[in-house]
Design a protein around this ligand. Structure first.
Ligand code: NDP
Length: 447
């Protein structure tokens, strides 16, 4: 970063939030891209747009008290970061995971604001969650926790204010419990949460949207830049949750071969291609470890260390598990093994040094803010359907999703080309979304 104003702003945030390393990492990433264009925009400094955009509008933290199956009274921390309402109501998921803290949620909320601006739908950005660990909890405990969490959060939600959805540890089951309780205590049936089952006002394709969207984005990128497709490509996908599974199913449909997937305990590998439906049954329906795959396919191999998945040889890598899961060493392994493209399904899965390795070796890189925007896009469709008192067909939504992912690809690719950065989509996405948000900010004056 060369520009004095940008450097000063970054240093100010470093001093203000020295322990928020994920948040600092994500803002550094964006400011680095803006550094290349700021000379054309003196108004950025005049109106101090960087500080105004980086600082969340509101950070809410609260206590969640609940009772487990053994009648122990338990306490967790809950949060909602309402990052920006420049373009619409705060919108972004809830995460239940022991690693959740303010830094993680601030980075996710900031990235969400930039991501949502790509969709052309009126959505601001936010993120929330709790350090509650859903692993090993009974269904009753999950419900009890969700109700206790919503008992605090409901004060801050509303279809015109803040509309959460799911994320790690919060799937359709949890959304159902959260939404049911919201409805009960507010006596309002509104689209104040997305990601619901279609039976209770949710949208078809929401569950599939992020993974499918990732595959559509990568397919567009492969076609436009490499004149090729997923067909016969070997693909590694980390994670085996909502995003990973649906990305794997779509990659298979597009002719790719998924040879490895992981969970937080380890990874499975089969050069002949994995049975994705079996993994879905194990992970989603039975809520078991991915290792159980070996019970059904004895030729597959299982290794205990999840991060070693990146040592395998493949054409395409899709990190779909969590932040900073793909570091510099992993990136070097992938490059040495001839990787052609990396597409981020998770939020910020690649470390800054990992990204630098890919850039140095001209590896095609699909950045998460664009590549995983499919989920929030269909959440936007869910809000639109509720407002119309209507429901659209699976095919209609799927086609809209595909078309929109291609539009997002084109928008950020054009931006990269405009500044002679051609295939640098990381630059393209940061600059495109930042410029859009600044424009929205300046339209509204100093507020
Ligand atoms: P899930 O909770 O459904 O799945 C997360 C998966 O990642 C699980 O399989 C989990 O394994 C695995 N995992 C966690 N940590 C690691 C690790 N260190 N190494 C390998 N695997 C790991 O979450 P989602 O699929 O919803 O979310 C995944 C990512 O995608 C997150 O970064 C999220 O923010 C992002 N995202 C999600 C969207 C959505 O619509 N759901 C939208 C946009 C982004 P285990 O079963 O062992 O816990």
């Amino acid at each position: 970063m060369e520009n004095t104003y940008l450097k000063q702003q970054y240093e100010k945030f470093e001093k203000l939030y020295p322990n928020e390393k994920e948040y600092l990492q994500s803002i550094h990433d964006v400011l680095n891209s803006i550094d290349d264009i700021i000379e054309f925009h003196p108004e950025y400094e005049t109106f101090n747009v960087v500080e105004r955009l980086l600082e969340p509008e509101r950070v809410i933290s609260f206590k969640v008290t609940w009772i487990d199956d053994e009648k122990n009274v338990r306490v967790n921390r809950g949060y909602r970061v309402q990052h920006s309402s420049l373009i619409g109501p705060y919108k972004g998921g809830l995460r239940f995971h022991p690693s959740v803290n303010q830094s993680v949620l601030k980075f996710l909320a900031f990235d969400q604001t930039l991501k949502n601006s790509l969709t052309n739908l009126p959505m601001g950005g936010g993120k929330g969650g709790s350090d509650f660990n859903p692993k090993g909890k009974s269904d009753f405990e999950i419900m009890t926790f969700c109700h206790a969490f919503m008992r605090e959060l409901f004060h801050h939600l509303g279809e015109d204010v803040d509309v959460p959805a799911g994320d790690i540890g919060v799937g359709q089951r949890e959304i159902g419990y959260l939404y049911g309780y919201y409805k009960k205590i507010t006596n309002q049936v509104t689209s104040s949460m997305t990601g619901k089952d279609s039976l209770i006002g949710g949208s078809l394709v929401r569950r599939e949207a992020t993974g499918y969207g990732l595959a559509y984005f990568v397919e567009a990128l492969l076609g436009k830049i490499k004149n090729t497709t997923f067909k016969d490509k070997k693909v590694i996908i980390s994670g085996s949750g909502n995003v990973a599974l649906h990305a794997a199913l779509k990659v298979r449909e597009l002719g790719g071969k998924v040879i490895a997937m992981s969970d937080s305990s380890g990874f499975i590998h089969d050069e002949e291609g994995l049975d994705i439906d079996m993994i879905k049954t194990i992970k989603q329906e039975n809520r078991e470890r991915i290792k159980r795959y070996l019970d059904h396919y004895e030729n597959a191999q299982y290794k205990d260390e999840s991060s070693n998945i990146w040592t395998l040889k493949a054409d395409i890598a899709l990190p779909c598990a969590t932040q900073n899961e793909l570091d510099e060493t992993a990136a070097k392994h992938l490059v040495d093994n001839g990787i052609m493209l990396v597409g981020e399904g998770a939020n910020m899965p690649t470390t800054s040094k990992g990204k630098a390795v890919f850039k140095k070796h001209d590896i095609l890189f699909a950045p998460c803010k664009a590549a995983n925007a499919g989920g929030v896009l269909v959440s936007g469709f869910e809000i639109a359907q509720s407002a119309q008192f209507n429901s659209w067909s699976f095919d209609t939504i799927n086609e809209k999703l595909k078309a929109m992912m291609e539009t997002i690809f084109n928008d950020i690719h054009q931006t990269a080309k405009k500044y002679d950065k051609d295939t640098d989509l990381q630059f393209g996405v940061n600059v495109y979304s930042f410029q859009k948000l600044v424009q929205a900010m300046l339209e509204q004056g100093i507020v």
